[in-house]
Design a protein around this ligand. Structure first.
Ligand code: SAH
Ligand code: SF4
Ligand code: F3S
Length: 442
């Protein structure tokens, strides 16, 4: 019997990293590690990193610097870097931060036990291959511990789109979809352990094309199969590419009750010239038409988006086209960023927009997006929505959950339990959340 060792994992970046961190913790559980929520007494620290923008990548090195003291106090402490920075920089991380013992890329997590053993024998361990085998196949099965009401489930990884600004196709590799049967099994297992809402994840989740009964399944078919699972109340998915929103997936938003009325559909820019330079392969017009069709299928759907401002060669007119597109869509949620040149991507080599111009544009865009988000949130007041309650709020007797539209909702009522899915009338809209009262009896 192995003695228990403590594992501290810090996760950066997207939800796929959150999911991967859970799976890594489970895998290392087989080596006798239990998770701890502080690095101070850990036997192993793992940083699960993000390379999407320069700031995200640089954070890793400043965080590593902070572990120097811990490492000199406890030379047995192992420090590992996983995720997209590990994939992008590999050995360079150990060169720059010699206290690092282990570097593992996102496609090699199933090799963690061997890598960990190597560090125990005093060697550095590095694995940034894109192996043929499916990492999920070999990752240790989830233990049967009870869980909270919501969970992520990765169904697809990697990206073949090669947007000119983006590192993901390099850090996560080519698009790979998991077989439908394995996803359904994992979902059933999650539901048995208390999960009521599953968010299907993929860098390009709607490009899902996994092997299923009778041939290849698209995402809509997978969602419809998951909807058959008793006890699973809600299904969501992210992140989608406009070009992979097929007819069946649009229709599912209208006819699959368990599929929630929320769609994250990044567009990046409203200028056709810039979209072309970004290699997005769609126009602002085709995006707007797509949104129209989705809203025909599900009129109340909340649309969320991602935007990049200050992409190389973006002019004020290009930026205005983005503002016009935003005005036309009315986003309920949005994430926007200044363009960050990433090593090895085509756009990094092009003439850059001055930083102050880009950040001034970002401010204008964010003001418009914030106004739209507020309006959409306020339009919920007086409506009745489903809320899946997750945890107690700050005030006594208060519970917090997420509405069908993913707004945080606070309700004070002693009749609510975590994991309860209840009908709530929205009574007020605060800064970042809604307040409401129960309309149903148990
Ligand atoms: N697969 C998703 C997005 C993945 S990355 C899609 O196709 O939309 C998440 C977001 O980060 C992107 O939507 C984009 O808005 C932003 N992003 C990606 N690379 C960036 C870069 N180099 N600079 C600034 N933002 C970037
Ligand atoms: Fe990156 Fe998304 Fe473009 Fe793929 S589709 S390259 S993940 S922004
Ligand atoms: Fe970041 Fe990698 Fe996700 S670069 S956004 S952690 S896929």
């Amino acid at each position: 019997m192995t003695t228990s060792k403590k594992l501290f994992i810090k996760t950066y970046g997207c939800q796929m990293n959150v999911y991967d961190s859970e799976r890594m913790a489970e895998t290392l559980g087989g080596q006798g590690y239990v998770q701890t929520d502080t690095p101070d007494d850990a036997d192993m620290i793992l940083l699960n990193t993000c390379h999407i923008r320069e700031k995200a990548a640089e954070k890793v090195y400043s965080e590593l610097g902070r572990f120097k003291g811990l490492k000199s106090a406890n030379p047995e402490l192992k420090i590992g870097v996983a995720g997209c920075v590990a994939q992008a920089e590999g050995q360079e991380i150990i060169n720059r931060a010699p206290l690092v013992d282990l570097v593992v890329g996102p496609q090699s997590y199933h090799r963690l036990p061997e890598l960990e053993a190597k560090t125990q024998s005093g060697q550095k361990a590095l694995d940034t291959d894109f192996p043929e085998e499916d990492k999920f196949e070999r990752l240790k099965a989830r233990p049967k511990a009870p869980r909270g009401p919501t969970a992520f489930l990765t169904v697809q990884e990697g990206c073949d789109k090669f947007c000119a600004f983006c590192v993901v196709p390099y850090t996560r590799g080519a698009e790979v979809s998991r077989p439908a049967a394995r996803i359904i099994d994992e979902a059933r297992d999650l539901v048995e352990r208390g999960v009521r809402e599953i968010t299907l994840l993929g860098q390009n989740v709607n490009a899902y094309h996994g092997v299923g009964e009778g041939g290849e399944w698209g995402l809509a078919r997978l969602i419809r199969a998951l909807a058959e699972i008793d006890g699973l109340a809600r299904i969501r998915f992210m992140t989608s590419h406009p070009n992979d929103m097929d007819d069946d997936l649009i229709a599912a938003h209208g006819d699959c009750e368990k599929l929630m009325p929320y769609l994250h559909l990044p567009v990046q820019s409203g200028s056709d010239r810039i979209l072309k330079r970004m290699n997005r392969n769609h126009t602002s017009e085709s995006y707007l038409r797509l949104i129209e069709r989705i809203r025909e299928a599900r009129p109340d759907i909340l649309i969320s988006g991602d935007f990049i401002v200050g992409f190389p060669e973006e002019t004020e007119a290009d930026f205005q086209a983005t503002m016009d597109l935003v005005a036309a869509v009315e986003y309920g949620q949005a994430y926007s960023f200044c363009y960050s040149p990433r090593p090895g991507t085509p756009a990094a080599e092009r003439p850059q927009v001055p930083a102050d111009e880009a950040s001034e544009r970002l401010q204008r865009l964010q003001a418009l997006l914030a106004q739209q988000q507020r309006q959409v949130q306020e339009s919920m007041v007086g409506r009745e929505v489903g809320v899946l309650f997750e945890k107690p709020g700050r005030e006594p007797g208060q519970m917090v959950g997420k509405s069908d539209y993913l707004h945080a909702v606070h309700v004070t009522d002693n009749d609510i339990e975590a994991g309860g899915l209840r009908r709530v009338r929205i009574t007020g809209s605060g800064r970042n959340s809604l307040n409401g009262e129960l309309v149903d009896c148990k």
